[in-house]
Write a protein that binds this ligand. Sequence first.
Ligand code: FAD
Length: 506
Amino acid sequence: MSIYDIFVIGGGVNGCGVARDAVGRGYSVFLAEMNDLASGTSSAATKLIHGGLRYLEYYEFRLVREALMEREVLWANAPHIIHPLRFVLPHHKGLRPAWLLRLGLFIYDHLGGRKALPATRTLDLRSDPAGKPLKPLYHRAFEYSDCWVDDARLVALNARDAVDRGAILRTRTRVESVERRIDHWSVRIRDTVSGQEETVLARFVVNAAGPWVDRVLRAVGNGETEHNVRLVQGSHIIVPKLYDHDRCYFFQNADNRIIFAIPYENDFTLIGTTDRDYAADPAKVAISDEEIDYLCAAASEYFRAPIRRESIVWTYSGVRPLYDDHATSAQEATRDYVLKVDGEGAEPRMLNVFGGKITTYRRLAESVLAKIEPILGRRGPAWTAKAALPGGDFPINGKPALVDTLARDYPGLPRALLVRLVGHYGTRARMILGEAHSEADLGRAFGAGLSEAEVRYLIREEWARTATDVLWRRSKLGLRLSAEEVAALEVFMAEIADEALSAAAQ
Ligand SMILES: Cc1cc2nc3c(=O)[nH]c(=O)nc-3n(C[C@H](O)[C@H](O)[C@H](O)COP(=O)(O)OP(=O)(O)OC[C@H]3O[C@@H](n4cnc5c(N)ncnc54)[C@H](O)[C@@H]3O)c2cc1C
């Protein structure tokens, strides 16, 4: 039986990022994800590639600097799913003074390698359109830059690239046990659909199980390291579009927290997030009534038109697996990551990932590899800073030109569809469109522009197995499909899964 160099537990952004980096350096890699890719925290973020302005108040300069520097690196690697945003931070007379906001933003602008993103400026909300949807008591604001990312797609693209470079990746595959042998690990995995079990051997294990990281450690039987993460729930609400411009808001609250309001999927506004300690099963996390009230009240403090719970069209919740630094409140717990290697002498090692952000996943992977190299031997240099993710091989501002080229090559397809496909798949949109001359050539239509060709692509290239994978993680078309349309997609996907099973049995 062959022994892999590295076994990665968890198909979130950190696990897939580590697998991609490692396989690209020449290690053999096996990754198991117990559910769908990004089904844990990595699809529940606010979706910002950001330095984290508020972390400056907690003196997290290392984290903020690394994260700020990553913004433009990641944007260049994935310009289809990442784009710049401008944030409007109104000065609230009863809260932080204007000079403190200006100082914070000065540091934010200068701490980490900003080149293409525009600098901070001051706004007069009485004349700037950004003031229009706000209550008239806000006169002054600061406007600064960060980036947006489709978090779940970022995970799928890292997984795709890892496998294209030779990694083995299994979704719906749970790690049941991890046993230490003399010079390797014996990892027992179970296919959660078929129930089939298998043993995989590896010299090094990376535990990137996010909120489940301590549970995995318990399964290894390492009693000392069971309580490393503090689980902190964060929830978001989505309401119909609250305003017409494309900027976001950064609102300070009287409880010292902040929330964002962000344009979302063209027709909606995303509002979040909350911070509260969480003790139950991370797989069952859901927004509470109290969180809904909190988000509606916090946003209504600023917007002229109050935000009411009746207007909420969707909500989502996630659990931050924060490194437990024993901070007094959930919002104060560090957002930085901590990597701990377990094992000594000739023993095989396990590296546990505690904490981390979407923004720093690539740097986290590099740090993980820096700990693996002395143990397994160096195979290749760091390479991910300048490597496009699948479909991202075009310039940072090249999306409109890419849409124009597709519109020229596919004159029979609606422009809105091409815009969406470029935003999801970049240059790979052509793999879906193939020889199509019209929408009918893309096969069955499931609603909102979702075609059979796209669904088949997601099954073939991005491990989608269920309607939820397609509608809420590979896309957000779930916001637009009716219950009947969702049911039809579910039936279609089940049929394809059956076809695949019978083909495999022959
Ligand atoms: C509300 C909220 C807002 C956030 N906003 C931002 C933001 O705007 N920007 C930012 O940079 N970061 C943000 N974050 C942080 C970011 O989302 C997380 O740090 C990141 O997604 C963690 O990724 P992960 O891979 O470590 O964990 P996860 O994504 O949870 O991945 C772990 C995976 O391991 C799998 N797994 C667990 N146990 C097993 C097992 N036994 N066998 C196989 N698989 C297993 C799980 O199914 C899961 O998919 C936010 C987080 C939250 C909750």
